[in-house]
Write a protein of this length. Structure first.
Length: 426
């Protein structure tokens, strides 16, 4: 059941309405049962993520180790055929950089020469906030309010619970020519399109604040951004002058800072491709840095990146497994809600206990999964990890049994009253 209330959002602007949704016990129970299915899928998915990640980590490390032993230095010039098929390292100046221009802006935006020129565009949109509380009768009441936000992605309003809050379905277009760089050279060699796409370092491009007669778009957002339907302030384009409305955008321009680059890749003609390492599960070596860097440091950077990715994915796999287990036991936190007065409290207590238990269970299972994967890909390390996971599980069981024994001993002592009367026989 929904109710509508007039309200103002947190910014002080009128936001349309606040929607209040009342969800009964049966609805919550049905949602929790559906959550069991989703939780089971996530639980299984976590095993796959953890196992795949260990294989990726081992094979990537193996490929880097093999690449370090065979890589050779190649000169920036000339692009000699004697390096064909070899894994090479070179560090050279970039050449054949394109000059980007922004159409329909005249001299406001000067031409930029570099590896890329990218707009960063944000749109003024509605965002829904949800705040739910138990109603004390096994159900739940949810309040939905709406704020104005700047977002670089389209906020999907089709699932909003309120009325009258619609967001645009697309951003306006900004014509930049050419669309992307091709044929960028490294010395006398040519970088591949995939290598060019990996350049990331950037700086903000200045935009001139020239006076113009502003023409506000009737329908927001504008189809195209031009000199006439934008104003400039602090190197940023805006499609409004005073206060934004839904569909207005603000845009900054960012260009590449790279003038040199270092690579480790396989020579293919006068260009490059990834080098496939033997005995490494088909994993490849294709390194790029946007500066001058010697070969040893490039391999060290790649190894550090591999380690960081491995730990991030381990954490993600564990959290996915933990969340999956939480969903699988979700009905246990909803069922107590049918009890009058204290049902919500009991449900919360059950939830806290299950949260701790599923955290420890998912941690043990994650460690064991990682260990089994390492036993497949790297047996010696795998045995150690499995042993650690088993030790964590045994320690948890031992700790739980110790708590139980202490409780039983205390209950036994309490059974013997210290104030029992003394009977003296004469």
């Amino acid at each position: 059941r929904k109710e509508r209330r007039n309200m103002y959002d947190r910014t002080g602007y009128y936001g349309g309405d606040e929607t209040v949704r009342h969800e009964g016990f049966c609805g919550r129970l049905l949602d929790s049962i559906l959550g069991v299915i989703l939780g089971f899928v996530l639980f299984l998915l976590a095993f796959g993520v953890l196992g795949w990640n260990e294989g990726r980590t081992v094979f990537t490390a193996r490929a880097l180790e093999q690449g370090r032993t065979v890589v050779v230095e190649a000169p920036c010039s000339p692009a000699a055929p004697i390096y064909e098929g070899k894994l090479v390292h070179m560090s050279c100046d970039l050449g054949n950089l394109p000059t980007f221009t922004v159409d329909d802006f005249g001299n406001d935006i000067a031409p930029f020469t570099g590896v890329f020129l990218r707009p960063k565009m944000e749109m003024y949109q509605y965002e829904e906030d949800e705040d739910c509380d138990d109603d004390g009768h096994g159900g739940r009441t949810c309040h939905y309010s709406y704020d104005y936000v700047w977002s670089d992605k389209i906020v999907d309003a089709s699932n909003f619970h309120g009325y009258g809050h619609m967001n645009p379905s697309s951003f306006p277009k900004l014509n930049i020519s050419p669309a992307k760089a091709t044929g960028v050279t490294l010395g006398d060699w040519t970088l591949s399109d995939k290598q060019i796409a990996r350049f990331k370092k950037e700086k903000q491009i200045p935009i001139k604040d020239t006076q113009n007669v502003f023409e506000n778009c009737v329908n927001k957002p504008c189809s195209f951004l031009t000199h006439d339907n934008t104003v400039v302030s602090s190197n940023t384009l805006y499609t409004y002058q005073s206060f934004p409305s839904i569909g207005d955008v603000r845009v900054t321009l960012w260009g590449s800072t790279a003038t040199t680059a270092s690579i480790v890749a396989q020579v293919s003609g006068s260009s490059f491709k990834p080098w496939i390492a033997p005995n490494a599960g088909g994993y490849k070596v294709d390194l790029l840095q946007e500066t001058h860097m010697d070969v040893e440091l490039m391999f060290i950077e790649a190894e550090n990146e591999n380690t960081i990715i491995a730990w991030v994915l381990r954490l993600v796999g564990w959290c996915v497994m933990w969340f999956g287990l939480q969903l699988m036991f979700g009905p246990a936190t909803v069922l107590p809600g049918i009890i009058p007065c204290v049902g919500s409290l009991i449900g919360d207590l059950v939830g806290y206990v299950l949260c701790g238990a599923t955290m420890l269970l998912s941690l043990c299972l994650s460690i064991v999964t990682i260990g089994i994967a390492w036993m497949i890909y790297n047996p010696m390390h795998g045995l150690v990890i499995v042993a650690i996971g088993g030790a964590v599980g045994v320690a948890f069981v031992h700790y739980r049994n110790a708590i139980r024994r202490d409780r039983e001993e205390k209950e036994g002592i309490e059974m013997q009253s210290p104030h029992a009367p003394l009977v003296q026989h004469v």
